[in-house]
Write a protein that binds this ligand. Structure first.
Ligand SMILES: [Ca+2]
Ligand SMILES: [Ca+2]
Ligand SMILES: [Ca+2]
Length: 176
């Protein structure tokens, strides 16, 4: 897949995480993103699912900051972010980013999973689409493409794979 698609998507990812729009991402942007997602699920930071999401997002930030060499109180520019992504995130052979991606995807899946069966159903998936501020009309098409085993439910593995596929340009839907 062309590097321009990857680059475009990384830039979009960066802009979404740069919640206050100052051109760098730092821990305050990640706190805002966490709050925004929790609010859309009407959960508080103190609830078990809220704590899981907060911990997962902090873990992702620590990882990105460490890889960029700035530390968790520092800030990351778009160039540093692209550099980290190129080196660490996009290569499926790298277990590093999966280690921090999994708790995040798993925490959002838990927020969606209102019937508690450990999977995300089509109707539960709509709340994910809403939480990330995407167009709900894309939910059904996205669901079918993410549900690679075709069992009508999304597993955490399928969701993680979808995040990879988005960033390599194989999938049109962004989940984070
Ligand atoms: Ca910022
Ligand atoms: Ca479920
Ligand atoms: Ca499935």
């Amino acid at each position: 897949m062309s590097t321009s698609v990857q680059e475009q998507r990384l830039r979009r990812r960066f802009e979404l995480w740069d919640q206050n729009g100052d051109g760098v991402i730092d821990s305050s942007d990640w706190e805002s993103e966490t709050q925004r997602i929790l609010a859309s699920f009407q959960q508080t930071e103190g609830s078990p699912k809220g704590q899981a999401l907060t911990t997962a997002y902090r873990g992702m930030w620590s990882y990105v900051a460490e890889q960029a060499g700035v530390g968790r109180d520092g800030s990351v520019s778009i160039d540093q972010f692209k550099d980290v992504a190129a080196k660490q995130m996009l290569d499926r052979g790298q277990a590093g980013f999966d280690q921090v991606l999994r708790p995040t995807v798993s925490a959002i899946a838990d927020l969606c999973d209102t019937d508690g069966d450990g999977q995300v159903s089509p109707s539960e998936f709509r709340s994910w689409i809403r939480a990330i501020g995407s167009d709900e009309s894309t939910a059904d098409a996205a669901f079918q493409q993410i549900d690679t085993d075709g069992d009508g439910q999304l597993s955490v593995d399928e969701l993680i794979d979808a995040v990879h596929r988005y960033h390599t340009g194989e999938l049109e839907f962004s989940l984070l």
